[in-house]
Design a protein around this ligand. Structure first.
Ligand SMILES: C[S@@+](CC[C@H](N)C(=O)[O-])C[C@H]1O[C@@H](n2cnc3c(N)ncnc32)[C@H](O)[C@@H]1O
Length: 323
């Protein structure tokens, strides 16, 4: 690393730590320099996220829909946690639009600090805007950070580390280091909580099934999934947490239906419209995309609007306690 880069990295780290220190509120003036350093540090890093273009407006729109869909289907932000008010500092990794973290801040006003990190500066800028609009910036902050490098927080800092839908960028071999890093930044007795969906809902549309078959194949080929089946990640989550040091690992599986003409059905349609458009470069990279892809895509969208359309999805939350 050049002397200049080294100095920049040091400045960056000092600014980050100062924000997280007890006087973080008084350090607001440094935010501008901090954001500049943040941009320089992260803009060059490649990511295995299935969306190549990190500034994609379509992906932002897709993640807005996905966030609402997931929170609703799961029955809230922390439905399985007996008493979320015990969490004083919450970290959300790969936070996307910040929807989950902002909703957590609103649902639990006694939580004093909630931090979201995402590799995309566009997502982080949007999330900050949303927090400001809701006057939550005193308690909620967002930073650009690559979860696959190092989480730039002190040891034992958080009470809860949350991660939802990380499979989109995580490869199978990256889980051990990530889980270690989650435990490093969580206090003893704190919780690491992971939620992942099964990628492909079972559905009454053969065209949608064919699109999901392509996606599952590409995900497996790219190393995001442990097996080529739709539960290629969810079937492994408990084992991963147990094997990598978490204690008292528990699970909650949710199954939900999408039907044409319902709010959920409409959200799935919006999600699929964007997903199968954005994901084409990823599919081309990892599998053979049939010549009639566009036709399949249009057929799937038409099927999803038929009155008899139905699909069933599954979502798993697994959480464990840090030693
Ligand atoms: C499928 S979205 C999930 C967003 C959010 N967790 C939710 O459930 O609504 C995945 C997010 O991970 C982010 N991401 C991709 N690679 C990442 C990395 N290496 N470190 C941190 N975030 C990453 C993407 O920018 C995207 O916002």
């Amino acid at each position: 690393m050049s002397k200049e880069k080294h100095q920049e990295a040091l400045t960056f780290r000092m600014l980050r730590l100062s924000i997280l220190s007890l006087q973080w509120r008084e350090k607001r003036d440094q935010n501008k320099a901090y954001e500049k350093a943040e941009k320089r540090m992260y803009q060059e890093h490649p990511s295995a996220y299935f969306v190549d273009d990190r500034s994609s407006a379509d992906d932002l729109a897709r993640l807005q829909v996905l966030d609402q869909m997931l929170t609703e289907v799961m029955g809230g932000v922390l439905p399985e946690q007996a008493d979320p008010t015990i969490f004083q500092r919450v970290l959300d990794v790969g936070c996307g639009t910040g929807g989950w973290l902002i909703e957590t801040a609103r649902a639990y006003p006694a939580i004093p600090l909630l931090v979201g990190v995402d590799v995309s500066s566009k997502m982080v800028a949007y999330a900050r805007e949303q927090a400001a609009l809701q006057h939550l910036e005193e308690r909620v902050e967002f930073h650009v950070m690559d979860a696959l490098r190092m989480l730039e927080f002190p040891d034992h800092f958080f009470d809860l580390v949350n991660h939802r839908a990380g499979v989109s960028y995580l490869r199978t071999w990256e889980w051990p280091k990530l889980l270690q890093e989650y435990q490093r930044v969580t206090r003893s007795g704190g919780i690491v909580r992971i939620s992942e969906g099964e990628w492909a809902p079972e559905s009454s549309s053969p065209a949608l099934t064919a699109l999901f078959d392509l996606l599952l194949r590409a995900f497996f080929q790219a190393g995001h999934s442990f097996t080529p089946e739709r539960n290629g990640v969810t079937s492994q989550l408990e084992r991963l947490l147990q094997q990598h040091g978490l204690r008292r690992v528990q699970r909650r599986l949710i199954s939900y239906d999408y039907r044409a003409g319902t709010k959920e059905g409409q959200r799935l349609l919006e999600d699929m419209t964007l997903t199968f458009r954005i994901i084409v470069p990823f599919l081309r990279k990892w599998t053979r995309v049939p010549d009639d892809y566009e036709q399949m895509y249009q057929q799937a969208l038409a099927d999803m609007q038929r009155p008899d359309f139905v699909a069933r999805g599954h979502l798993l939350t697994v959480w464990g306690t840090v030693l």
